[in-house]
Design a protein around this ligand. Structure first.
Ligand code: ZN
Length: 380
């Protein structure tokens, strides 16, 4: 049941854009990274909950936190692996109870996203983290949806929600969640699969993803972050996903890399997360340059920015600072890949690409002036 996907190639870079890229001096690279429009396709909204907001919401809702102060909570963000992060992540989410809390969390994220020139956000949310604490699905999605609407109206961000199933919970639980979600079908565009990866292969959710595809939902899944490349293959074959979240371990399987490249299967890479969770020891060891060199449709995202040390622009800045192989062409390619990989309509993608080209053109110095014939003319 392999998805039949025709070989596809990336859109070529137009010659005038290539000329601007060639002229952009290295010192203007950070400005390009900050100012270029981009799509955020891998952000868990609960992972944008900053310690200050966790404490505000705890006070507002009378929730006791196992940390005495904002500083103590932040100090606990020294993770050793994915599970050590998830333990704190679920504790942080326990303060979210009312529709307003979900709105406030998402709005705080959208304000940061706008500052990073995010023009499109496809935002993950984990309803089971809340429904298992007795918070109704409706409370969660109404708050988040309201924030998405306001982000579009006031910040110009095209924002959509993607419902994620927690893979450490049962298939039955995922089906229950889908049932609860269906009355709100028009409030989310797709489903994903997240939380602890190792030991929970994609196959476990084959039937629930099949149902989601029948419902016309977009489907994505985390695979190949801590889990082996085989999880990426089964996310493609069994879940028939349209994007792989993370996927960095694909490089361990040459045939898989070829397959991902030929189908332009997006990989939503999260560099700061990878370093925090020890997928790579240091940013200088990150394989993003190799993923791009292999012709993969890699993109850069923030995952759980409140926990991993930065939002989208910080991910770009830190990654490019640590990896001198990455230059203006890679920056441009990553931004354009993010539009290509998004579930937005083609017209919006064309508008954002034109904006990207315009930002680049503004930053690239104009062609060095040639000799001025009037000045060169020898006058009698
Ligand atoms: Zn993630």
């Amino acid at each position: 049941m392999t998805t039949a996907s025709e070989p596809r190639s990336p859109a070529p870079i137009p010659p005038e854009v290539a000329a601007d890229l060639a002229r952009l001096p290295r010192e203007r690279l950070p400005a390009l990274l900050r100012r270029m429009p981009k799509a955020e396709l891998h952000i868990h909204i609960e992972g944008s909950l900053e310690p200050e907001l966790i404490f505000d919401l705890a006070r507002r809702n009378g929730v006791a936190l196992p940390y005495p102060s904002v500083e103590a909570l932040r100090a606990a963000y020294a993770f050793t692996d994915l599970q050590s992060f998830l333990d704190i992540y679920y504790a942080g989410a326990s303060v979210l109870l009312q529709e307003q809390d979900f709105f406030d969390m998402a709005w705080a994220y959208f304000e940061k996203a706008a500052a990073d020139n995010v023009v499109r956000a496809e935002v993950f949310f984990d309803p089971q983290t809340h429904t298992e604490r007795g918070v109704p699905f409706e409370t969660v999605i109404r708050g988040l949806h309201h924030a998405c609407q306001r982000a579009h109206a006031e910040l110009g961000i095209s924002a959509q929600l993607i419902l994620c199933f927690l893979r450490h919970l049962s298939e039955e639980d995922a089906f229950d969640t889908l049932e609860q979600a269906l009355p709100w079908r028009k409030y989310f565009i797709g489903v994903g699969l997240d939380s602890s990866e190792v030991g929970y292969p994609p196959e476990k959710f084959a039937r629930v993803f099949a149902r989601c595809r029948e419902l016309g939902l977009q489907v994505v899944a985390h695979a190949g972050e801590e889990g082996p490349p085989a999880y990426i293959s089964s996310a493609l074959d069994v879940l028939q996903v349209q994007r792989i979240d993370h996927g960095v371990r694909c490089l361990e399987d040459a045939a898989l890399v070829q397959r991902l490249a030929a189908s332009r299967m997006p990989l939503t890479v999260c560099p700061l997360s990878n370093v925090k969770l020890k997928v790579f020891e240091r940013m200088a060891d990150h394989n993003l340059p190799a993923l791009l060199a292999a012709g993969l449709c890699a993109t850069v995202h923030s995952d759980d920015p409140a926990y991993f040390g930065g939002y989208l622009n910080q991910n770009f800045i830190d990654t490019f600072a640590a990896l001198p192989q990455l230059g203006a062409t890679e920056a441009y390619t990553l931004a354009r890949n993010s539009f290509e990989a998004s579930f937005a309509d083609e017209r919006s993608k064309a508008v954002w690409t034109a904006e990207l080209d315009a930002v680049l053109h503004t930053l690239a110095p104009s062609r060095a002036p040639g000799p001025n014939p009037t000045q060169d003319r020898v006058t009698p």
